[in-house]
Design a protein around this ligand. Structure first.
Ligand code: GLU
Length: 551
């Protein structure tokens, strides 16, 4: 028996690897096109780091006329959960990340390089394992778990580098006759790579993100096919990324240490490895120390968090691009209203170490993203959010849609749009006072600021209603009248004027307009008061102001 016959004995019905080489030819894409993939395991939890990888992959594919694939890595079936694939697909959808190829639901996929679920590619991996066996680059290993455990103990007590390699790799030297006999006897086995590496030698590698790295060659005879016939991550990665014609493997840097194994696998398969870009994880600061954003400790690590909080997907995406390329911020400053697609992402500008997750910055970006929306868009987003998470907000928004649109339209669409909404979960509190039924249903306590003498306040409001307020005034006239009102009560018409001679005045126009603002809305901070009055209408304004006088 020779190695070719051994390969046939192990995989009698498996096709030749060349069949798959032909079935999945080189892609016919423009020069520089990047073929990339997001390759999660369906474990039931989608980490924001996965969205980070996908944002990068999808952006690069789009930018270069390439392909973004979603490949499901479900070869570790112990870790799989029901509906895990749908969970991943839904999460991507929430962030408008739609792969060009790959799984589109639990069992369906699109694209000519599938199947895109590893458990459906068993025969493909076996075809390549068969090729390696025939070429003496892989062999069956009959060692039982207890043999491996014993070996490890020995290595540990002798302080020897652990693993299945060199003289420790007992099955690599079994004779063909013995192998044949044991297989025919029905003994269980797995398939291992026959490593030709020498750890005394260094591999020089260039990672697109991490730069040049040297590391020792691999000499471990790693498992490529497990006893259930499915491949290990390492082998599946090499076979899949070769056959799917991936140009760039973009993945978490926890895989960097496996790179020597992966490079050897590509070498054993006789194919060119893809380029690698290892992304540093998103970090969190805790007690002055940095650690990875954790699925157990940090709610913002979970993709659902963003939906529940009502942080728009665009904002989260934009924030992730900020983390990805530090020049994004400057680009945004110069292109205030441009869609993020116009930004050119560069892999080699990604930071080598992990960026800190910064919620304040994310919410700040979110405020800007929301400020750029039209009132109709705000309405649609808010309704979608409310439908899922806040019945009361839904009622508020829907009761009089036309009026709601006016409320949402305040300070929108102009040079400096309002930037006071960071997430949809804040919206109710942000607009509720604009609805008379809600406004008057609360027993409110008016907290005035600089002017707090009750009589003075009542006089100012009364005088405003009686002699100054006219809903048909244009903005300039309206504002001049507030100044007139201020002057009448002994307050400076301009802040500057007051600052020059504070002793001459009781205060300034801002103090007077704050009185009216608080009387009108119950709040010291609101968007433009003129616009608010226009939306509320004459009757509501007067009713509110009178109510404040009585309070
Ligand atoms: N299934 C691996 C993971 O979830 C994928 C790593 C890769 O992108 O190759 O970590």
């Amino acid at each position: 028996m020779d190695y070719k016959e051994l390969a046939d004995l192990i995989y009698p019905d498996i096709k030749d690897a060349s069949y798959y080489e032909e079935k999945y030819p080189e892609r016919n894409l423009p020069e520089g096109a990047m073929v990339v993939r997001f390759a999660p395991s369906p474990t039931g939890f989608v980490h924001i780091g996965g969205i980070f990888t996908s944002v990068i992959c999808s952006k690069l594919a789009k930018q270069t006329g390439g392909v973004f694939m979603l490949r499901i890595e479900d070869t570790d079936q112990k870790r799989e959960v029901e509906n895990g694939v749908n969970g991943i697909i839904d999460a991507l959808k929430k962030f408008n990340l739609v792969p060009d190829e790959g799984m589109i639901d639990e069992n369906t996929s699109k694209g000519a390089y599938g199947p895109y679920k590893q458990s459906q590619r068993k025969e493909i991996y076996q075809a390549f394992a068969k090729k390696l066996i025939a070429e003496k680059r892989a062999y069956p290993c009959f060692c039982k778990q207890e043999d491996i455990d014993k070996m490890r103990e020995k290595q540990e007590s002798a302080k020897i580098r652990p693993g299945y390699y060199g003289e420790w790799a007992t099955c690599r030297n079994l004779g063909l006759d013995e192998i044949e006999r044991r297989i025919k006897n029905g003994e269980e086995y797995i398939i291992r790579l026959r490593s030709l590496g020498n750890p005394e030698k260094k591999i020089k590698h260039h990672d697109v993100i991490k730069g040049n790295i040297d590391f020792p060659e691999n000499d471990q005879d790693i498992v490529i096919i497990k006893s259930d016939g499915l491949p290990t991550y390492h082998f599946a990665h090499a076979v899949d990324d070769h056959l799917m014609r991936t140009t760039h493997v973009i993945r978490g840097d926890e895989w960097l240490s496996s790179l020597p194994v992966h490079l050897e696998l590509f070498n054993a398969l006789g194919v060119k490895p893809p380029k690698y870009a290892h992304i540093a994880p998103i970090m969190k600061e805790e007690d002055g120390a940095k650690r990875k954003l954790s699925k157990r400790k940090d709610p913002e690590a979970a993709v659902e968090y963003y939906a529940k909080e009502g942080i728009p997907a665009e904002a989260a995406k934009e924030y992730l691009l900020n983390i990805a390329n530090s020049n994004f911020e400057g680009w945004r400053r110069q292109n205030k209203n441009a869609p993020i697609d116009e930004f050119e992402l560069q892999l080699n500008k990604m930071s080598v170490s992990g960026a800190l997750f910064d919620m304040v910055k994310l919410l700040d970006i979110s405020k800007s993203v929301i400020s750029r929306l039209t009132k109709e868009e705000v309405y649609d987003y808010a309704i979608n959010y409310a439908n899922e998470y806040d019945e009361d907000l839904k009622n508020l928004l829907e009761k009089d849609k036309e009026y709601t649109l006016k409320v949402l339209g305040i300070e929108r669409g102009n040079e400096k749009p309002r930037k006071d909404i960071a997430k949809w979960s804040d919206l109710k509190d942000n607009i509720e006072y604009m609805y008379d039924d809600r406004f008057f249903s609360k027993n409110r306590e008016y907290v005035y600021q600089n002017i707090n003498d009750k009589e003075e306040i009542q006089n100012i409001i009364t005088e405003y209603i009686d002699n100054y307020f006219d809903i048909s005034d244009d903005k300039q006239t309206w504002f001049n009248k507030i100044k007139d009102l201020a002057e009448k009560f002994g307050y400076a018409r301009e802040v500057k004027e007051y600052k020059q001679n504070p002793e001459k005045f009781k205060g300034h126009v801002g103090d007077v307009s704050t009185v009216i603002r608080i009387a009108l809305t119950g709040r010291a901070n609101t968007p433009d008061m003129y616009e608010i009055m226009q939306v509320l209408g004459k009757e509501s304004v007067i009713k509110r102001l009178k109510c404040a006088i009585l309070n």
